[in-house]
Design a protein around this ligand. Structure first.
Ligand code: ZN
Ligand code: ZN
Length: 371
C-alpha cells in the first residue's frame, strides 16, 4: 500500500471542484488506504481535502487498529477522538485549516451511512453535499495488474466450486440444502466471505435474484446457480452457470439456451478498448432480441467488480463510457420464462490492451448433472 491512490484522488477532486472528500468504512476506504474497518456508529473517516495532506479521524479506542493496518504506514495524520468529543467538528476544523477556508463542496462515499454524511455537512456551515463516486470510481474502475490477479484468484476459486456442483445439486434435495453445501465449499476454496448463493431451480430460476428456498429439486429441472464471495484481499467473485438435473429438460430449452450462449459469447467477444459499455450490452441484447426472446432478458448485461461485487462501470444502455484496459466487469445475459424456468451465463472479464481476458472457465453449455 502506498499513498499514491490518495494523492490521485486528491488530484481528481481538485480538478472537478470538490473541496473535501470524506470516506467512511467500506470499500472506498479500503481501496484508498488499506484500512478494512467495521462500519459502526462512531465516526471513522478518511478526509481528503483538495489541498494539503489527507488525514484520518478515528475513535481513540480504534486507533491501534488503524496503526496495525496498511493505513498505519502511510504517514497520514490520525486524529483520535474521545467519547465526549465532536468528531465532525474535529474533521471540519482540520480540513478548513488545510484548505485555508471552509470547504464549499463536500463529497461522501456513495455507501456512507446517512448519519455520517449529514454529520459532516452540518459541521461545515453552508456546505453542499454530493457523492465522491465520480472521483473515486475513476480510479477504482481501472484495475492495476495486481488487482486483476486478485480477481483471477477469486474467479478460479469460484470455478472450482462450480466444478463440484454434481456432488450437491441432486434430485430430491432442497435449494437450501444444496446452498448450504455450496456456501461451505466457497469458504473451503479460499474465500473469507460468502456474499450470495443463488440456486434458482425450476420456476425459481425465472427470478434473477432468487436466493434459496425449500423447493425440492425435481428431475428435468433447469437450475440457475450464481455464486460469489470475497477473498482475503477483499476482491470479489461472481459466476453463474446453468444446470439440468436428473434427465433432459423440455425440448425447447436447448433452442433458447443456444441463443443465450451465443449472446454471451458475442458480448464477451466485443470487449476491447474504446468500445462503450452500452455497446457490450447491445452485443448480447441484439442476439437475444433477434431470436425473439428480447422481452425475457430483463436486466442489464453486467456490472463492474472489484472490492465490491457491483461497482462501476455498469454494462447497460445509456452508459457511453469507453472501455479502457484494466476495466473488469461481468457479462451475464439471461433469459427468464416466468412460471417455468430461467437461465443465465456469467463470466468476469477484463478489458486488455488488445481485447479481453476472461477470468472464469468451465463449461458455458447447459451442464447436465446425473441427479
Ligand atoms: Zn452473479
Ligand atoms: Zn453479477
Amino acid at each position: 500500500m502506498t499513498i499514491d491512490r490518495v494523492h490521485a484522488a486528491r488530484e481528481i477532486a481538485a480538478e472537478t471542484g470538490v473541496d473535501l472528500m470524506v470516506l467512511t468504512p467500506g470499500s472506498d476506504l479500503r481501496y484508498l488506504v488499506g484500512y478494512n474497518a467495521h462500519p459502526l456508529e462512531r465516526l471513522t473517516a478518511l478526509a481528503v481535502p483538495a489541498r494539503g495532506e489527507a488525514f484520518l479521524v478515528v475513535p481513540r479506542l480504534e486507533a491501534p487498529m488503524v496503526a496495525a493496518s496498511p493505513a498505519g504506514s502511510l504517514g497520514l495524520d490520525v486524529l483520535a477522538w474521545d467519547e465526549t468529543d465532536d468528531p465532525f467538528a474535529m474533521l471540519a476544523g482540520a480540513a478548513t485549516a488545510r484548505l485555508g477556508r471552509a470547504p464549499g463542496r463536500v463529497a461522501v462515499g456513495a455507501r456512507s451511512w446517512a448519519e455520517h454524511a449529514l454529520g459532516v455537512q452540518c459541521a461545515v456551515a453552508g456546505s453542499e453535499l454530493g457523492l465522491a463516486s465520480p472521483v473515486i470510481d475513476r480510479l477504482r474502475m481501472v484495475k492495476s495488474a495486481a488487482e486483476v490477479e486478485e480477481l483471477a484468484v477469486a474467479g478460479a476459486a469460484i470455478d472450482r466450486v462450480h466444478a463440484h456442483m454434481g456432488e450437491w445439486l441432486r434430485v430430491g434435495r432442497t435449494e437450501a440444502e444444496v446452498g448450504a453445501d455450496i456456501a461451505a465449499a466457497i469458504l473451503d476454496e479460499g474465500h473469507v466471505s460468502v456474499d450470495f448463493v443463488i440456486v434458482g431451480s425450476g420456476p425459481n430460476g425465472a427470478s434473477p435474484h432468487h436466493e434459496l428456498s425449500d423447493r425440492t429439486i425435481e428431475a428435468g429441472d433447469v437450475v440457475v446457480v450464481d455464486l460469489g464471495g470475497g477473498i482475503p484481499t477483499g476482491y470479489r467473485s461472481d459466476c453463474t452457470r446453468t444446470y439440468t438435473v436428473g434427465g433432459p429438460p423440455s425440448a425447447d430449452v436447448a433452442e433458447w439456451y443456444a441463443v443465450l450462449q451465443a449472446a454471451q459469447s458475442a458480448s464477451v467477444a466485443a470487449v476491447r478498448p474504446g468500445v462503450t459499455a452500452e455497446a457490450i450490452d447491445e452485443a448480447a441484447r441484439t442476439v437475444i432480441a433477434d431470436a425473439g426472446w428480447g422481452e425475457h432478458f430483463i436486466h442489464r448485461t453486467g456490472h463492474g467488480i472489484g472490492l465490491d461485487t457491483h461497482e462501476a462501470p455498469y454494462i447497460v444502455a445509456g452508459n457511453d463510457i469507453p472501455l479502457v484496459p484494466g476495466m473488469a466487469f461481468s457479462v451475464e445475459p439471461g433469459i427468464y420464462l416466468a412460471g417455468r424456468c430461467g437461465a443465465r451465463i456469467e463470466d468476469i472479464v477484463v478489458c486488455t490492451e488488445d481485447g479481453v481476458r476472461v477470468l472464469n472457465e468451465g463449461p458455458r453449455e447447459l451442464v447436465e448433472l446425473p441427479g
